[in-house]
Ligand binder design. Structure first.
Ligand SMILES: Cc1cc2nc3c(=O)[nH]c(=O)nc-3n(C[C@H](O)[C@H](O)[C@H](O)COP(=O)(O)OP(=O)(O)OC[C@H]3O[C@@H](n4cnc5c(N)ncnc54)[C@H](O)[C@@H]3O)c2cc1C
Length: 404
């Protein structure tokens, strides 16, 4: 086996999933995460279709994830008086299995840590790819050499920036911004999320299935690219406040919670497109390679990507020159098809014109249209035959209980 030591940047979904598989095949993964610990909370993410569920089962995490699934949440669009306009069923956003991103991350971490070195609170600042390995410098000042490096550090990947070039070359803004934050002391009666539109705006409030006294605000607005500091939460709070001030319905209550929201997530809706997912000894997986901020089934693609990248490395006995191109050839078509679902997420949830919102509501109030939309999403995740690595790298115990 060549190239045993693998540095993975990012400990959210793709990173720990890749570490799990590499550890199982006899590699020695190290995961470096910029946050001081696993990042808790976050939005609900979903898996849909046989490919996603099969990989989770082969990892041994399907049962643990089923035990903490949210059960999904129907999304009900309402007018300013709270009257129902249209409803998306729970499986529209929740797929076959929905969990909170932070909880998924924890389960994947627990299933990878025995064979993985985890380093929190540090990040890669320089990479030098040589014939024998990648010389890596960390923000802490440490310097180490790894056989391979994988960027699993999300849409704004630092590894991609260092090894492939500036973000602007690969990340395309899709005309919208999204924000989420918790609203303490807000009891959202019932399980459904409520959503309210004004032209180019969407505000929503959903219950927290673990805490009846907390709700999650989720807003979206149409905008060309904005110039702001991605590390300045106050600047982001001010942008959200300015966009939504004046909108009625539940919005004033949601905005009241914004100044104290330490878990504010704010980002552009964008997608990542690269001409190739690897360069020399460095590869990308998950959102870093083919992200779509929202609606692009990025979590399932991240888990599939980790499975295929590790499986191909094991099959090629660590030869990245063979494994990296095969990984990309197997997955990139599916990833692009899933990203396409995300391209229209902003326009769908926050149409710029009132008549477009009315047309959306009228169409999706018809069951056949809803069924067709769900079928298209599922077909995208099942558009490749899942490779089987169960006889590779000594991984002989990987068959799940149902023999998936
Ligand atoms: C509001 C919202 C709703 C979503 N809903 C869904 C959904 O319903 N279904 C779905 O499939 N997907 C959904 N997604 C997308 C999903 O969250 C991502 O596709 C998925 O998390 C990708 O995982 P990842 O591990 O590739 O990247 P990320 O989850 O972005 O993780 C990147 C990790 O890298 C770390 N990191 C960043 N920079 C550095 C650095 N320099 N050094 C070290 N570590 C670093 C970060 O702290 C983070 O832990 C949603 C996203 C958002 C924002």
């Amino acid at each position: 086996m060549r190239n045993r030591t693998v540095l993975i940047s990012g400990a959210s979904v793709a990173g720990p999933a890749l570490a799990h598989w590499l550890g199982r095949y006899g590699f020695r993964p190290t995961v470096v995460e910029i946050a001081p610990g696993l990042r808790p909370g976050g939005n609900a993410v979903d898996f849909r279709g046989e490919n996603h569920l099969t990989v989770l089962e082969r990892m041994g995490v399907l049962g643990p994830l089923r035990a903490i699934q949210t059960g999904g949440t129907a999304m009900r669009f309402v007018d300013a008086q709270g009257r129902r306009l249209m409803e998306l069923p729970a499986d529209f956003a929740g797929g076959d299995l929905e969990v909170l991103r932070g909880e998924l991350s924890r389960v994947l971490y627990e299933h990878s840590r025995d064979a993985t070195e985890y380093i929190f609170g540090d990040s890669v600042t320089a990479l030098t790819d040589t014939a024998d390995g990648v010389r890596v410098t960390f923000a802490s000042g440490a310097a180490r050499t790894f056989d391979l490096v994988v960027g699993a550090d999300g849409v704004h990947s630092q590894v991609r920036r260092l090894a492939f070039g500036p973000e602007a070359d690969f990340v395309r803004h899709l005309g919208y911004y999204v924000a989420t934050w918790s609203v303490a002391g807000h009891s959202r009666a019932g399980r459904d999320s409520l959503l309210h539109n004004a032209p180019g705006l969407m505000a929503s409030v959903g219950g927290d299935h673990r805490d009846p006294h907390r709700a999650l605000a989720f807003v979206m607005f149409a905008s060309p690219p904005l110039d702001y500091d991605r590390h300045d939460l106050d600047a982001q709070r001010a942008i959200v406040h300015e966009r939504f001030a004046g909108l009625g319905w539940e919005v004033p209550r949601l905005l009241d919670a914004l100044p104290d929201a330490t878990d504010l997530y704010f980002d552009a809706i964008c997608r990542v497109d690269l001409p190739a997912w690897s360069r020399g000894r460095v590869a990308l997986v998950g959102d870093a390679a083919a992200g779509a901020t929202l609606g692009g089934m990025g979590t399932g693609t991240a888990v599939l990507g980790a499975y295929i990248l590790a499986g191909e490395l094991a099959r090629a006995k660590g030869d990245h020159t063979v494994a990296y191109p095969r990984y990309e050839a197997l997955l990139s078509g599916l990833a692009r098809r899933c990203q396409k679902s995300g391209d229209g997420a902003g326009k769908f949830l926050a149409p710029r014109r009132a008549w477009t919102a009315r047309a959306r509501n009228a169409l999706l109030n018809r069951r056949w249209a809803m069924d067709m939309t769900l079928r298209i999403a599922r077909n995208r995740t099942e558009s490749i035959a899942l490779p089987d690595y169960r006889q590779v790298g000594g991984d002989l115990d990987a068959t799940g209980p149902s023999g998936r």
